[in-house]
Design a binder for this molecule. Structure first.
Ligand code: KG4
Ligand code: ZN
Length: 343
C-alpha cells in the first residue's frame, strides 16, 4: 500500500495505490479559483494553501481508500521539478508521515510520474511505448522501456503547450486556465482561417531531438490581434481560437508521429492537462486508426497533476529506508531520471 503526495504546483494531491497499480483513491484539492484572479499561479500563495490543505487531503485519500495509516507500507512524494515552496510542503509532510512510523520513502520525479501514469490499473500500458506529456508546466515526448525510468526524446525549448493555450486565451480575453476555453470556442471556428507558425526546431532528421517551441505561435497571435483591431478580433475570435489550437496540436502531433516512426514503436500514451484537448485526442485517435498504433489516453484525473501517478512511479523505484531520507530536499529543477530497478 503506497501513500503518495504531490504538491509541485497549484494542486494539493494525495493518493493511495497498491503495489499492483490499483488506484484506491486519488484526491486533488485544486487551488485554481484562488489563482484565477491573478491570471496564473502565484507561488507564495500556492505554498501557503498547500500547507493549509495537505493534512486534510491526506486524511481524505486514506478515508476514500478505506485504508488506515497503519496499513501504509511506503510513502512517495514529488521531489521536483516545480515551485520550490510548494514542493517543500509535500516533501516535509511525506517525511513526517514516513518517519513517524519508520516507513521507507520514495522521492519521485514529477515528469516520471506523468510518463508512467498509464501503467496504472485498470488498463495498464506495457512498455516499450512513447508518451506525449503536455501540461501547463511541461511538454515532452519520451520513450519508456522500463517503468523505472524514461528517456526524453524532445521537449519544449520555451513555453509548455498548456502555457501557450493559457497565454493565447489571455490575449483573446478568455480567462484562465485558457486551454478549456480555447477548446470550447474552437468548435465554432474555422481552423484554417488564420495561418499560425508551427515551430519544430531542428527539423526531424534521424538522430535530431524532437523538440517543440511555442513562443512563436503566441507572438504571432498577438500581432494578428493587433492587426485586426479590437472589434474585428472579437468578431473573429472563434476562428482565431480554432487556428491557434490547430497550430499547437499540429506541432504536438507531428513530433509524436516522428517519435513513433523513429523509435519503431506502436504504443502511445498521452499525459498532462492538454491531453484533455478534444482536437489533440481526435488527432491521436486518427494516428491510432491510420497507423495501427495502440493508444492510451487515461482518464483526465490521471493526466492532470495527481498523486496516483507519483505512486505509479514509486512502485518501480528503490525506496530510501528510514532514517536516510530525513535530509532529503525538494528540487525545483528536473532531477536526472532515476534508473534504479524495481523494489
Ligand atoms: O497537467 P495540468 O493540470 O497541470 C499543470 O501543468 O499546471 O495542466 C494544466 C494545463 C493548463 O495549461 C490548461 O490550460 C491545459 O492544461 N488544459 C487544456 C485543456 N484542458 C486543460 N489545454 C487545451 N485544451 C484543453 N481542453
Ligand atoms: Zn505536471
Amino acid at each position: 500500500m503506497i501513500l503518495a503526495l504531490e504538491t509541485s504546483c497549484d494542486d494539493t494531491c494525495a493518493a493511495v495505490v497498491t503495489a499492483a497499480g490499483e488506484v484506491r483513491s486519488n484526491v486533488v484539492a485544486s487551488q485554481g479559483l484562488l489563482h484565477e484572479r491573478y491570471g496564473g499561479v502565484v507561488p507564495e500563495i500556492a505554498s501557503r494553501r498547500h500547507l493549509e490543505l495537505v493534512d486534510a487531503v491526506t486524511s481524505d485519500a486514506l478515508e476514500r481508500a478505506d485504508v488506515r495509516l497503519e496499513e501504509v507500507e511506503r510513502v512517495a512524494v514529488t521531489r521536483g521539478p516545480g515551485l520550490i515552496g510548494a514542493l517543500l510542503v509535500g516533501v516535509s509532510s511525506a517525511k513526517a508521515l514516513a518517519a513517524a512510523r519508520g516507513l521507507p520513502l520514495v522521492p519521485v520525479d514529477h515528469l516520471h510520474g506523468h510518463a508512467v501514469a498509464s501503467t496504472l490499473e485498470p488498463d495498464p500500458i506495457e512498455p516499450p511505448y512513447i508518451c506525449l506529456v503536455a501540461s501547463g508546466g511541461h511538454s515532452f515526448i519520451a520513450r519508456v522501456d522500463e517503468p523505472s525510468s524514461y528517456r526524453v526524446l524532445g521537449q519544449t525549448l520555451d513555453d509548455a503547450a498548456g502555457e501557450a493555450f493559457d497565454k493565447g486565451a489571455r490575449l483573446l480575453d478568455l480567462g484562465y486556465p485558457g486551454g478549456p476555453a480555447i477548446d470550447r470556442l474552437a468548435h465554432e471556428g474555422d481552423p484554417s482561417a488564420f495561418d499560425f507558425p508551427r515551430s519544430l526546431p531542428g527539423g526531424g532528421d534521424a538522430g535530431a531531438r524532437l523538440d517543440f517551441s511555442f513562443s512563436g505561435v503566441k507572438t504571432s497571435l498577438l500581432y494578428r490581434i493587433r492587426e485586426l483591431g479590437p472589434e474585428e478580433a472579437e468578431r473573429r475570435r472563434p476562428h482565431l481560437a480554432a487556428s491557434y489550437q490547430r497550430a499547437i496540436v499540429d506541432a504536438l502531433a507531428a513530433r509524436t508521429e516522428q517519435a513513433l516512426d523513429r523509435e519503431g514503436l506502436d504504443r502511445l500514451a498521452l499525459g498532462g492537462g492538454v491531453a484533455a484537448n478534444s482536437e489533440l485526442r481526435r488527432r491521436a485517435e486518427e494516428l491510432s486508426a491510420t497507423r495501427g498504433v495502440a493508444l492510451w489516453a487515461p482518464e483526465l484525473a490521471l493526466c492532470t497533476d495527481n498523486a496516483a501517478m507519483i505512486a505509479a512511479a514509486a512502485r518501480f523505484l528503490e525506496p530510501l529506508p528510514y532514517p536516510e531520507y530525513l535530509g532529503l530536499d525538494a528540487s525545483a529543477r528536473p532531477a536526472v531520471p532515476a534508473t534504479t530497478a524495481a523494489a
